[in-house]
Design a protein around this ligand. Structure first.
Ligand code: 6PG
Length: 478
């Protein structure tokens, strides 16, 4: 046995990850269901480092130094279980199976428990950064036992992206499914970011009347400021691209129906169970599904909307600056919501996740990498028990300064009939959190009226019910 690590499943993500390990001086055993892929990888990239191609599962396992570290990079779901069932019987106590796919964290909990009973460490690991990241440095979010991280962490840290201060974008997130959980929320935040950027584009296009090329310039400008991020950067690239076949802006020849593979939806489903509002992510998931409902959209096409001219050139410039503020403030809200969700799950499952460390490892490698994440890291460094990012002094000041522009952008969007569910939901959340009184009191009254569901009072302890159908006298029920 000569290999420090093995990768099975050699589609692009798996191959690139294996090459990344090899390029960092690790000997990598490589295995795939069809051997042709394995030999192709070694033929094409064998010179990048030391690969041990293995044809059978037995050869693959035999190639690994003990304790064995075996990464599976197959499609999430049944294929993952099939691979685990194939390899687990060949492993010894103390060996590690690392699942680098986008698994649902509930599956990871189940698998971890089953394998733990056999003495095998199952390490559900979030890996972000797409194909390019897998090769050149992804953000890595391993869960699983402390003990497994001791044997695995240094290898993962060696291939992870490095943040600007040189820190590897990899940390032991917490036990069992903590890693896959935070990867799921990362993807949810990715959805929210993409939706907010899409709304900003829509407003610049359909209210300000900018061309895609001009909007690309605007995004480039924003990318030099506080919105500096990978997603803003690639947005400018996509908007500046011209379709070769038609000569039209690329964005105008792509069908406007957004697809999804499910991690955003999982985030929202899970948030509902945990009772943590992630309205920014939810609106992003719903916006994608609205876009895909060709039938509904066709049926509604003739419904009236406001008839509005584009803004004048001067107004458009000022408006674009306000859109930047609205985008930034909405982004702060969606990150605040995402972090609350991680905190809630950490408490629920006893994961003890370091909230600041999540921001630190997302500074590089992953899809949501951004200068902004260092601000979140320092917010939690200043106060590890921060109840919401909106309560951090720096963010509170910035969002406070942005609020007039934010409100004005949402108002303008409504007046022009441009849908901005992300901006609007974020603003509603901001206003709900800061409200002194919410109409939830009325909701409680209604619940008590029709169902005797009881309510609490502001001035006395206990639960109360009013006898609505009788004298309307009040009784204390608990
Ligand atoms: C990443 C990405 C990656 C994938 C998304 C795409 O972190 O590298 O999030 O995991 O590209 O899952 O998701 P959708 O297909 O659902 O948009």
């Amino acid at each position: 046995a000569t290999a420090q690590i093995g990768v099975t499943g050699l589609a692009v993500m798996g191959s690139n990850l294996a090459r990344n390990f090899a390029r960092h001086g690790h000997t990598v055993a490589v295995h795939n269901r069809t051997y042709a892929k394995t030999t192709a990888l070694v033929e094409e990239h064998g010179r990048e480092g030391n690969f041990v191609p293995a044809e059978s599962a037995e050869d693959f396992v035999a190639a690994l130094e003990k304790p064995r570290r075996l990464i599976i990079m197959v499609k999430a779901g049944d294929p993952t279980d099939a691979v685990i069932d194939e390899f687990a019987p060949l492993l010894d106590e103390g060996d590690m199976i690392i699942d680098g796919g986008n698994a649902h964290f509930a599956d990871t909990r189940r698998r971890e428990k089953a394998l733990r009973e056999k003495g095998i460490h199952f390490v559900g690991t979030g890996i972000s950064g797409g194909e390019e990241g897998a090769l050149n440095g992804p953000a890595i979010m391993p869960g699983g036992s402390e003990e497994s991280y001791k044997a695995l962490g240094p290898l993962l840290e060696s291939i992870a992206a490095k943040a600007e201060d040189g820190a590897p974008c990899c940390v032991h997130v917490g036990p069992d499914a903590a890693g896959h959980f935070v990867k799921m929320v990362h993807n949810g935040i990715e959805y929210a970011d993409m939706q907010l950027i899409a709304e900003a584009y829509d407003l610049l296009r359909n209210v300000a009347g900018f061309t895609p090329a001009r909007i690309a310039e605007t995004f480039r400008g924003w990318n030099a400021g506080r919105l500096d991020s990978y997603l803003i950067e690639i947005t400018a690239e996509v908007l500046a691209h011209t379709d070769a076949a038609t000569g039209r802006p690329f964005v105008d020849v792509v069908a406007d129906e957004a697809e999804q593979k499910g991690t955003g939806r999982w985030t929202v489903q899970t948030a509902l169970d945990l009772g943590t509002p992630v309205s920014g992510i939810a609106e992003a998931v719903f916006a994608r599904s609205v876009s895909g409902h060709r039938d509904l959209r066709a049926a509604a096409r003739e419904l009236p909307g406001p008839r509005r001219e584009f803004l004048s050139a001067d107004e458009a410039e000022a408006f674009a600056a306000r859109v930047e503020e609205a985008l930034y403030a909405s982004k702060v809200v969606s990150y605040a919501q995402g972090w609350n969700m991680i905190a809630a799950a950490s408490a629920e499952y006893g994961w003890d996740i370091d909230l600041g460390a999540m921001a630190a490892i997302w500074r590089g490698g992953c899809i949501i990498r951004a200068a902004f994440l260092d601000r979140i890291r320092s917010a939690f460094a200043a106060d590890p028990a921060l109840p919401t990012l909106l309560a951090d002094k720096g963010f509170a000041e910035e969002v406070g300064r942005a609020q007039d522009a934010w409100r004005s952008v949402v108002t303008t969007a409504v007046a022009h009939g441009v849908p901005t569910p992300g901006f609007s939901a974020a603003l509603a959340y901001y206003d709900a959190l800061r409200a002194e009184r919410l109409p939830a009191a009325l909701t409680q009254g209604q619940r008590d009226f029709f169902g005797a569901h009881t309510y609490r009072r502001v001035d006395r302890e206990g639960s109360f019910h009013t006898r609505w159908s009788g004298e309307r006298d009040e009784e204390r029920t608990a």
